[in-house]
Structure formats: C-alpha cells, structure tokens
Design a protein around this ligand. Structure first.
Ligand SMILES: Nc1ncnc2c1ncn2[C@@H]1O[C@H](COP(=O)(O)OP(=O)(O)OP(=O)(O)O)[C@@H](O)[C@H]1O
Length: 940
C-alpha cells in the first residue's frame, strides 16, 4: 500500500527531500486516485484515521529544540541527492534571456546548486517552499478538494451531517470539504500531525500546544472580523471550539467552512511560528558550520528544509542539527574550504543576479583598461575551477585520513552534499602564478651584467603533446639540457648554463629576467635593449608582448568610482580579478612600459614624456608601424655615432602608460603575421619597439626587438619562401656579428653593415649599455635542431664583452666627474669631522687614565704633562717629515722618468725618520745609488 509505505518513515527517517517527495518526482509518477500517498501534504484528504501511526516510539529520536541529546544515526542521514531541477544560474539566465549581455559567457556551476534565487536574507519559503506547494498541487493526482462555491454550499447545507468523520471509507466517494493543498501547515494541524508530534517527541509538546492555541485564537479573531465566516462557517454555530484552549481540536471539515482569505492567514500564522522555531535550529547549524545564516540557506538542503511548511520538517531540522553538532570535530580541519566556497558562491550569485548597469558591455575603468562582461564570466569560471581543484585535493586527503568516513556525508546538509564538484573541473589547471604582482625591485636585482642571457622554454603545445618527446628542458635556475643527434642518428645530451633559465609564468619571467633593472638603467641615461631570439613558434612574441587581449589592461587600474557604486561588492572583486588575470598574461614589453612610468614617477620625473617608435623589417625593408604605409624607410649612420638610425620614423610622445600601450596595440595590429601549425600568428618580420626617455641632459633608451623566427626553408612554400629566406639570412648575419663581437673586443665589426637588421641592432649590441637576450625554445623533440641552434647562439651572445657607458657628451661627463669629486670630498670632510669629535671626546678620558696611571706609578702630574707636550711636538715633526719625504719621492720619480736629471737625496735627512734605513746600510747595498735611495724611500 502506498500509504503504509510512506507511513513507515519514522521520525528518525523524517520527511526527507527524497526525489519521490519532490514536486518533479511526483509529477512524473502520477498515482491512481485510490492509491493516494499519505505522507504528502497534498494527500491529507486521505482519511488519516485509516493510516497506521507513523513510528514506533522506540524509534523516536530524542532530539528537540535544545535538549536533543543524540544525533540521528548516520545510516539515518539521507544520502539521496535531490535532483537539481533549477539552479540559480539557470534561473537568472532564464530571467535575463535575450536581453542580458552576460548571457554570452558560460559560467559553470561546480557544486550542488544552491536554493537559487533565495536571497541571502533567506526567505526560502517564497521560493522553494511555494514552488513545492505549487508542484504538489499541480502534480498530484490525489483528489484535491478545492473550495468551490458548490462545495461551500454543500458544506453549508450539510450542516451537522458534516460532523460525520470526513475521512471514513464510506464518505470517500463523496467530495469532502477540505483545506486547499497548498496550506500545508494548516492541513497538518487539523490532520492531527501536531498531536502526533507532541506525543512522539515530548520536547515539542509545549510548542505543539502553543500552535493549537494559536490556531484557536486566530480562528476566533477571524470570526470576529470576517462577516462572511461569521454567517456561514461552522464556528458560528459552535463557538466553544475556538473559545476553550482545552476543548477539542479543530477539525479540517470545520476549518474548511472558513473563507479562503481566513484560511490563508491562519496558515501563514502557523507557518510563521514553525519557521521561527526552525530558524533557531538552523542558526545553530550555521554556527556549527561557521557560515552565515544567509549563506547556509544558499545550500540546497537547508533552503528547501526552511521552506517546508510541514510540521515534520521541524523534527528533521532538529535531527540534522544534532548530527552536525556531533560531527563538528570531523569537519574542523576542512572548514576553511566551506568559507572559501561561500566567497565563490557569493560572487557568482551576485554576478548572476546583477542587472547590467552599464551602457556598453565594458566595465568603465579609471585609466581605460578594457574588461568586458565576458572576461568577468571567464574569471568566475576560473575561480570555480581553482576552488574545485583545491577542494578535490582536500577531500582526497581528508578521506585518506579517515578511511571509514565519506567526506560527502559529513559535509552534507539534509542529505544533500555541500560540495558537489564537477570532476571536469580539474582538467584545466590555471596557473596560480599568472597574476600580475608588482613586487618591489631588490637592490641586488639592479646589478645585472651588461650582456645577460635568459633562456626560456615554453610548455608543450596541444598539437605537440601527442607522441612528442621532450628534447630540451630547464634543469635548474641557470642550466638547460638539450638533445642533439650526433652524425644524424646517435642522440647526445648537452647542458649549457646561462644567466637565467626559466620555465615559468609571465609574471616570474618579468621578475627574474632582469628587465626591471634595465628600465632603471634606462632612467639613468643608458641605452638598454631586450631582444627575443628563437625558432618560429618558440614563444618569442608571447614572452615579449603576451596575448593581444592582455595588452588592453593596466595593472594598477581600477573600476571607476561611478561604476564601483553600481556594482555589488563581490562583483566588483570579480571584475578586479578578471582585469588582473588578463594583465597577468602580459609579456615583458607592456610590463616594462608600465614599470617605466612608475619608476619615472618615483624619481620625480613624472612630467617627462617618453617618445616611442615602432618599426618592422620585412623582406629587408623597413616600415613604420605607427604610420602603416608602403613607404620604405632607410637607415643611416651619423659620424661619431655607434649604430644607425632611421630618419622619418613616427615618434609617439606619451604621458602615461595607457597612452604608450594604446600606441603599441595600434602598431602590433599592422605587423606582418602569418598563421602556421605552431602559432596562429607567426611574425614574418622583425619588430623593433623603442622608447626614448628625455632625461635632463642625457636621454635614456629602451629597445625591444621581437625577431622573426627562423624556419627550415623546405617546410615552407610559395611566397612564404621569400619571407623565410630573408628572415634566415638576416638572422645569419646577426649570428656572424655576434660571433665577431664575442671573439674581439675592439671596434664594431664591419659585418654589421651586411643587413638592415644588424644595422638597426648595432647600437644595442655594440653600444655602451645593457642588453638582455631572451632565447626562447621549444621542448619538443621535433624541434631539436632549431633548439640547439638557438641555445648555441645564446651562449655566443653571453660571451660578448661589453662596457657600460651612459649616453653622455664630454661636457656632461666632466660635469658628472666634478660632481662626483665634490660628493667624495664632502664625504671625506664629514668623516674627518666625525673623527675629530671622537678624538675630542676621548681626550678627557685618556687624560684621566694617564693621570690615574701616573698616580699609581708615583710620577708627578706636571712632569707627565710636559712629556705629553713633547710627544705631541714629536708627532707634528714626524708629520712634517712625512710630507717632505712624499714630496722628495715625487721629485725622485720625476727625475728617474726624465733622463739626465740626476738627483741626490740626503740620506742623513732620512735618518730623521726613525724607521728609515741608515746611510751606512744604504751604502752597503749594491747597485746604483739612486736606485737604492729610491728603495729606501719606498720602504719609508
Ligand atoms: N610560455 C608560454 N606559455 C604558454 N603558451 C605559450 C608560451 N610560449 C608560447 N606559447 C604559445 O605558443 C604559440 C607560439 O608562440 P609565439 O607566437 O610567441 O611564437 P614565436 O616564437 O613568436 O613565433 P614566430 O616567430 O613565428 O612569431 C602561441 O600560441 C603561444 O600562445
């Protein structure tokens, strides 16, 4: 019998949110009218007297509002997962469909859907509760007695005959008057559920009596205020029912004679009382889980339970509270993850319920960063994935420590696991380091070699992953190991050491490559250059510029104040994270440019306007990327200048980082690129971006060169062959220049005149400044020969001898030297002054010590003072002599250097100086007289 089956649910297996109890479940399995399930609120018209009592007393748990002493056994904890019919995101999406721009993204929910649109203040009743009721009403096949005019009149006309037990089998064929199914609490009350609860759970007796009294009071007051009910309801004939609290319970049939409005308000009053009681229990649950009450209701199980109007839900809540309290120690070490989950949920919830407050799809930023709603959704996804990853790891280690327990059971609420993570979440592992972090520059970071070589290996690309072995890898901070094929078939391993070897995120590259030091040097007036070298698809452009969408961000930007005011806090945080995540992919150049402006600001030179130029060498012709046209530019060398210059290049003067970044984006858009297997956009030309810093007197310069990648000619065809031939030729010329430079430290080799690229880069390589060579290489075996070429080129560059001189004119140099001299002298004077002060301070102490010594030795003090004076006089004499000897040495050297000018030094004079050799000793020594005397003087 369906009814007995449902009745077998004891209070220890209370009315759970099992799928068959959910509205959708019910709708899916319509029961025949005769086989009415009795556990549902929609079925209370089934005669309750015919139903067996719910639970044997022995099975009754003793949990109550406060005094519950034991938790429900774990086996009693419902394991079933409520089918997720609607998620908050889906709700929100549905609401906004077609008009909301946020719909373009795709945020995945990675855990059990919270009770959705339930607000954090948590009126779950208005959502899940009512939806359940609606579902029950619509999905049920139970003959639900709706109050119709005819049924009213029937009940009125029946009068006393209606006192016949409404639920007796004999009357079941008639349509009994009943309370509408959605008034769940009221139906439970008059169905005897309250008395049953009181007798099963003595702790709830007072509460149940209170409810009964409340019902009677409410009915009495309604009768007084509602003329219709006074005239037609059965209470108008039987006042005693409502007047005496101890009187008989109000039956369903009597209540059903009241008008709909009265019934609804009665139900609301009862439900309110029930909810108050449940809220006390839920608050304790929230406290035990260390989440806010609102956040607790965001969990599906809790939200549904709160919205459940049945009296039995009180028992369920009490039992759950008890279980959670008992299991609190088990959750303690993993509680942090719940708090994190809440932060993520909150952000998602606020984002999905946000009515887009801006006119465009972009979120206005102070300095012009471009963050779209899509970026924010992507960030939300990334956040979920990161969280899911952490949570999965934590769950695994938690279960490893407690093999007899299940994480999902201990971390469940009303049978619904609190963390339901999408197993696909761990597939994409976001790099937690890839976030723009602006770490201050350490002092030692400034000390970079004038020629620094940084080797960077990129990760395997998706198309390389399959069946491609690793031929090159970074072993430690400075060592790279790579493979070559000896004589074409014998594999050989080699290692090379560079200033820095990296397999890292963009952020780490920026911090470790030494670029920040170069920016500093450029602000001191040096010419500093960074160039990226490597085969095609090795990651040069990625390392230097980063993905194009990252260039639209500024790291120290923020949402404009007006936009901030329109965004909820959690959304605002999400937007900020989205911007940082995009900026985190920026390469060395955009980061260096932003760092440059910060450095200038820091140096008090914020008013300077650096000038940027951007050119490209394509097929041995130079083009201006700031002014794209077919005009080819030429290179010239000015007399006395190291390196060449390109007249006619457009200079963009920039007062802020965003201006220069915008200019950079414009220039990049005009580059010659081409798609191929390793890269969607392979650079087919060398690009050179420079910034001149108009420092007072001595301009500094930063040059960034993204060299086109070398490629095997046989791998390309048609027009591409011409491009590739030009690229390979110019790279060969560059390699020749580097070889020549590393083997000679003299004047720049003439090889620089052989190609446009070498001419343009001559200043960077031969000038007196700082240079970083970024050697980018692929780890894949298929590129082993190109990798070996790149690494040996990098090693050759590392051995180029460089001097560092800033860009000074002779006058500036003289001025700087004089300034340095003045500084040095000032320091000496300060040191001498300090010395004198310590001497003066030490004198009285010395005198006192001498006096004490003299007293102890019995020497008269006057005599001691005379001795001191004599000693002082002797010191002065010695100093004068030292000066004299020094001048004699100078004269002697001079005479030795000028032949024919003999010079005699009176050795007798030297004897004045106690430590000098005697004349006799000097004479006794062999050799020329002058030499010996010089030796004596040297001794002095
Ligand atoms: N460190 C890295 N992390 C992730 N992806 C990378 C990295 N380096 C390169 N890539 C990816 O590899 C591909 C090729 O990179 P990139 O375009 O920078 O190569 P390239 O050396 O500049 O090639 P070309 O000389 O042909 O322009 C790109 O899709 C890029 O996103």
């Amino acid at each position: 019998m369906p009814s007995s089956e449902s009745r077998e649910r004891t209070p220890s297996q209370p009315l759970r949110n099992t799928p068959e109890r959910r509205p959708c479940g019910r709708a899916a399995t319509p029961a025949p009218a005769s086989a009415t399930p009795t556990n549902s609120t929609a079925t209370s018209s089934t005669p309750r007297s015919a139903t067996p009592r719910s639970a044997p007393r022995s099975a009754t748990p003793s949990s109550g509002p406060r005094s519950a002493s034991s938790a429900a056994p774990r086996s009693a904890t419902p394991r079933s997962t409520v089918p997720r019919s609607t998620t908050p995101r889906r709700d929100a999406k549905e609401q906004k469909e077609g008009k909301d721009m946020k719909a373009e993204g795709n945020v995945q929910l990675l855990w059990g859907s919270p009770t959705s649109t339930t607000s954090t203040s948590g009126d779950a009743r208005s959502t899940s509760g009512s939806s359940r009721s609606r579902g029950l009403a619509s999905g049920s096949t139970t003959p639900v007695m709706k109050r119709t005019p005819s049924s009213n009149s029937l009940s009125n006309s029946l009068g006393s005959t209606r006192r016949t037990p409404a639920r007796s089998a004999s009357t079941s064929s008639r349509k009994p008057v009943s309370i509408p199914s959605e008034l769940v609490t009221l139906r439970d009350m008059c169905g005897g559920e309250c008395q049953r609860l009181a007798s099963d759970f003595p702790e709830w007796e007072d509460f149940c009596n209170g409810l009964t009294k409340l019902l009677k009071d409410e009915v009495a007051s309604h009768i007084k205020s509602c003329g219709k009910c006074r005239a037609t309801s059965s209470f108008s004939r039987n006042r005693q029912k409502t007047q005496s609290p101890a009187g008989p319970a109000i039956s369903e049939s009597s209540l059903a004679t009241l008008c709909q409005v009265c019934l609804e308000s009665l139900d609301a009053a009862l439900r309110g009382e029930l909810q108050k009681q449940k809220d006390l229990l839920l608050a304790e649950i929230a406290e035990s889980l260390d989440v806010s009450f609102g956040a607790l209701l965001g969990f599906e199980g809790a939200g549904l339970q709160r919205g459940d109007g049945r009296l039995q839900s009180l028992v369920t809540t009490a039992q759950e509270r008890q279980r959670l309290l008992n299991q609190a120690p088990l959750r303690q070490d993993a509680q942090k993850i719940l708090r994190e989950l809440n932060v993520v949920r909150q952000a998602l919830k606020e984002w999905s319920s946000l009515d887009w407050p801006f006119a465009t799809r972009y979120i206005p930023h102070k300095y012009g960063s471009i963050v779209s709603s899509c970026d924010v959704q992507q960030q939300a996804n990334r956040r979920c994935k990161l969280f899911a990853q952490k949570a999965c790891a934590l769950m695994a280690s938690w279960e490893a420590q407690r093999p007899d327990l299940k994480f999902s059971e201990v971390f469940s609420l009303f049978g619904v696991p609190m963390l339901q993570l999408d197993p696909r979440a761990a597939v994409e592992v976001p790099d937690p380091e890839d976030n723009f972090e602006d770490v201050p520059l350490e002092e030692e970071e400034l000390c970079v070699r004038p020629m620094r070589v940084v080797a960077r290996v990129r990760p395997m690309l998706p198309h390389e992953d399959e069946g491609d072995d690793v031929a090159a890898e970074v072993l430690d901070d400075v060592t790279v190991s790579y493979e070559t094929l000896h004589h074409g078939y014998v594999p050989a391993r080699h290692t090379l050491q560079f200033d820095c070897a990296l397999r890292c995120s963009q952020t780490r590259l920026f911090h470790c490559s030494g670029v920040r030091a170069l920016v500093h040097r450029a602000c001191e007036g040096f010419t500093c250059s960074i160039f990226a070298y490597g085969q095609t698809g090795a990651g040069k452009t990625y390392s230097l510029f980063g993905p194009s969408e990252s260039l639209t961000q500024l790291v120290d930007d923020e949402v404009s104040p007006a936009a901030q005011a329109r965004l909820p806090k959690a959304c605002y945080v999400l937007v900020d994270e989205a911007r940082r995540a995009k900026a985190g992919k920026q390469g060395l150049l955009p980061r260096a440019l932003q760092f440059l402006f910060r450095t200038l600001e820091h140096m008090g030179l914020g008013s300077l306007r650096p000038r940027a130029t951007f050119m490209e060498i394509y097929n041995e012709a130079i083009y201006d990327l700031f002014n794209p046209s077919n005009t080819k530019l030429e290179v010239y060398q000015r007399s006395g200048e190291v390196g060449f210059h390109v007249p006619g290049l457009t200079q963009v003067s920039c007062s802020s980082a965003i201006e220069v970044m915008q200019a950079l984006q414009r220039g990049l858009a005009s580059r010659h690129t081409h798609g191929h297997s390793a890269s969607r956009e392979s650079s087919r030309a060398h690009a050179i971006f420079s910034v001149e810093i108009p420092l007072p007197g001595k301009p500094g310069k930063l040059i960034f060169a993204d060299l086109a990648g070398s490629e095997r000619l046989k791998r390309v065809a048609g027009q591409d062959q011409k491009e590739t031939a030009h690229i390979n030729k110019s790279l060969l010329m560059l390699s020749n220049c580097v070889s020549a430079l590393s083997s000679s430290s003299g004047s720049p080799p003439s090889a620089f005149r052989n190609s446009k690229l070498t001419k343009v880069l001559m200043e960077a390589l031969c000038g007196s400044g700082f240079t970083i060579l970024l050697a980018a290489f692929s780890p894949a075996k298929r590129h082993y020969d190109e990798t070996a070429n790149t690494l040996s080129f990098a090693a050759k560059c590392g051995s180029i001898p460089r001097q560092t001189l800033s860009n000074e004119t002779p006058e500036q140099k003289q001025l700087r030297e004089l300034q340095e001299l003045v500084e040095q002298m000032k320091a000496e004077i300060a040191e001498l002054k300090e010395q004198k002060v310590t001497e003066i301070e030490a004198e009285p102490a010395e005198a006192a010590a001498d006096a004490a010594e003299a007293d102890a030795a019995g020497v008269p003090r006057v005599e001691l003072a005379a001795l001191h004076a004599e000693l002082q006089a002797e010191r002065l004499r010695n100093e004068a002599l030292e000066d004299h000897v020094r001048s004699l040495r100078e004269q002697l050297k001079e005479s030795l250097l000028s032949p024919g000018k003999d010079m005699l030094i009176s050795t007798s004079r030297l004897t004045y100086f106690g430590k000098a050799k005697s004349e006799a000793q000097l004479r006794a020594l062999p050799g020329k007289r002058g030499d010996r005397e010089l030796g004596a003087c040297d001794c002095v």
